[in-house]
Design a protein around this ligand. Structure first.
Ligand code: GLU
Length: 553
């Protein structure tokens, strides 16, 4: 037995499996040529950042478009960052948007797939097996340095102005301890971590081809990274390399903040004898800072829209958010959408190479516009269902009112919808209550603000006359014809053009007359089709509202 083998046995007496055993447990995937395997690997912080969701969407699209596999792996080796059930919020974010992974964690304590467990804390034996083999090969060693010693090391490097800081080369005190010393210290119960014995050379560079960014070159890693912490739990860096190998990941797709870690990761893959995956570093999701006008990363602390839950709570339809994210993900999406206005997003020919490498600007105003378009082409029944579902969770009072008569509410939503030029008024479900409030007595508070350029007496005359001619059975044409007929006797003109030519000749035009009726019936100066609104309200309610308006004049 070599000293390395003796050391490995001393460090891992309970590990009986070998890396080869795991090669058999997790065989290469049987996938068609060109199929990609991508993973989303968040820490269970109970929070899904829109940037993470964006990157995960790229994983899912990459797998879908190549007949491959996407999976969700929970990286919970950093206990400090973890919260009790940090998984459900992540999973429910994906559920809401109806986008799912082929494999992996599906909820708190549940998962699917053959390459699991997909939660790192459940794979400790695997990491230790690989770590043991690295010790056997002389590629890892125990480091007994205390926190104080490491702080002193950092201070020394800072005062010396060292270009590279960390545990490496001449600073790595424990790198060359004799086996006898290692053995004595382990047996004496000293605490230690396991470090990689880096083979990197600071004068050499490594290059890799990022699918999104092209060739990237960086100095090799020389740091003796921690592989296992003193409690035997791996660091993220080590665990992810083992997992991406045994889960047979072909493409590591993740945020650009990980680019600087690539040399370290490549060295880890090589040390373990694994083929390196391909890398694709997605751009950061940015916004324009309201105060400075500069672009900056969406911040969990400052920006409510950094959390995926924000879009759920506000009631943005999943279709709108996905549609908008796709415009950020692939520059040709908007052209494709124009050519295929009603096609399912899943049909979009996504291409990882068509992603921009610079940060993408997440613009809520643009999302609102996209969403108005998306909602405008939904059927009234679809909108009804979505609003009911949102309100059930977010606004119980409104839910009760809105769902008391589903047929009525669907008809309300159908005003100016399901027609060639639908209105584009609603961007999210939390706007609907206000949008329809005057159509529900329980939500309606009269608040008449008649156009100030009209005399009170004229307003009163219009409403009084309208009460005389109003017939709930009128269709749209008769309805409008009646309002036109009222104009002249009251000193208004039915002809807007004529009014514009000689405004002094009239009190106003037909739009002013219908505006007065609109205000009396809805307390608004702007609504969808008023005739349809009056038909829905019904004769008694319309008459009562007209009378109540007259009584205020
Ligand atoms: N667990 C890492 C994170 O929290 C994942 C990084 C990676 O995708 O390699 O973002």
């Amino acid at each position: 037995m070599t000293n390395n083998e003796k050391l490995a046995q001393l460090l891992f007496p309970d590990i009986t499996k070998t890396p080869e055993d795991y090669e058999k447990i997790y065989p290469p995937r049987n996938l068609p040529e060109g199929a990609r395997v991508a993973r989303f690997a968040p820490s269970p912080t109970g929070y899904l950042h829109i940037g993470g969701f964006f990157s995960a969407l790229v994983d899912i699209l990459t797998a879908q478009s190549t007949g491959g596999v996407s999976f969700l792996r929970i990286e919970d080796t950093d206990k400090k960052r973890e919260i009790d059930d940090g998984v459900s919020a992540i999973v429910s974010g994906f559920d809401y948007f109806g986008v799912g992974f082929t494999e992996g964690v599906t909820g708190f304590g549940t998962e699917k797939g053959e390459y699991g467990p997909y939660t790192q804390s459940k794979r400790v034996e695997l990491y230790q097996t690989i770590a043991k083999s690295l010790v056997e090969k002389g590629l890892a060693y125990p480091c007994f340095c205390t926190a104080d010693e490491l702080t002193a090391l950092r201070e020394k490097q800072e005062s010396e102005g060292a270009l590279i800081k960390g545990y490496f080369g001449k600073y790595a005190k424990c790198r060359d301890l004799s086996f006898e010393e290692q053995e004595a210290r382990i047996k004496a119960g000293e605490s230690y971590v396991l470090r990689l014995r880096s083979q990197g050379d600071e004068n050499k560079r490594i290059a890799f081809d990022d699918v999104i960014r092209g060739k990237i070159e960086m100095p090799e890693n020389t740091i003796d990274e921690v592989l296992l912490k003193s409690d035997g739990i791996p660091t993220y860096h080590f665990a992810h390399a083992c997992d991406d190998h045994f889960m047979r990941t072909t493409h590591v797709i993740r945020g650009e903040e990980w680019i600087s870690s690539v040399p370290k990761h490549i060295e880890l893959f090589r040390a373990c004898g694994y083929k390196c995956p391909k890398y694709a570093h997605t751009p950061q999701v940015l916004k324009i800072d309201e105060e400075t006008g500069d672009k900056r990363k969406l911040s969990k602390r400052k920006d409510p829209e950094a959390a995926v839950s924000y879009f759920v709570d506000e009631g943005f339809p999943k279709e709108s958010v996905l549609e908008y994210l796709l415009t950020l993900i692939n520059s040709n999406f908007e052209d494709w959408r124009r050519a295929n206005p009603r096609e399912d997003i899943a049909k979009f020919p996504f291409n990882l190479k068509k992603m921009s490498s610079s940060g993408c600007l997440f613009d809520l105003v643009k999302l609102n516009d996209v969403s108005k378009n998306v909602i405008s082409v939904m059927s009234a029944a679809q909108v009804y269902e979505n609003v009911a579902k949102w309100a059930e969770a977010a606004d119980r009072d409104f839910y009760e009112i809105f769902t008391a008569d589903p047929q009525y509410s669907t008809a309300v939503l159908n005003i100016d919808r399901e027609c060639p030029k639908p209105r584009k008024d609603i961007a999210k479900w939390n706007e609907v209550k206000d949008y329809v409030s005057y159509l529900y007595n329980a939500l309606y508070t009269p608040d008449f603000r008649f156009d100030e350029k009209l005399d009170k007496a004229d307003v009163k005359a219009i409403l009084t006359k309208y009460l005389e001619v109003y017939d709930p059975a009128d269709g749209k044409d008769e309805w409008f014809a009646k309002i036109k007929d009222m104009c002249e006797p009251l000193g208004f003109t039915p002809n807007v053009k004529e009014y514009k030519k000689t405004p002094e000749a009239f009190k106003g035009h037909v739009g002013d007359v219908s505006g007065v009726i609109r205000m009396a019936v809805t307390s608004r100066s702007n609504t969808p089709d008023l005739c349809a609104i009056m038909q829905l309200l019904g004769k008694d309610e319309v008459t009562a509202r007209l009378n109540s308006a007259i009584s205020t004049l």
